[in-house]
Design a protein. Structure first.
Length: 113
């Protein structure tokens, strides 16, 4: 874990967060500056700086994060209406916190069925 990383501090319980889910591999919590009615962050426990730092050994956690995104979308009631999964990579790609994370964003409108 990185010493000054806010996500590492959240994972260690040193900074507050409104958790949706946590286990030994990842945490999911509400973004403190949401850009949509539903905006949570899916973060691996292991400090991985960005997609550019991924290695073959990370394939399992990335897979688990994607599957958890689908499950959390269902839990938060946006699975059927639709949602976005966003990963910003490096400063030029909009990454502000250098601990890999997936933004799960949605909730603008309900599906009409």
């Amino acid at each position: 874990m990185a010493i000054d990383c806010i996500f590492c501090k959240i994972i260690k319980g040193e900074s507050p967060a409104n958790f949706v889910y946590k286990d030994e591999n990842m945490v999911v919590f509400h973004n403190i500056k949401p850009s949509a009615p539903v905006h949570v962050l899916i973060v691996p426990v292991e400090h991985i700086e960005s997609v550019n730092a991924l290695e073959e050994k990370h394939s399992t956690i990335i897979s688990k994060m994607m599957l958890k995104a689908k499950e959390i979308a269902q839990t938060l009631g946006i699975h059927d209406s639709g949602y976005k999964l966003v990963i910003n990579v490096e400063r030029g790609g909009g990454q502000v916190i250098f601990h890999l994370h997936i933004h799960l964003i949605g909730g603008w409108a309900k599906s009409e069925t």
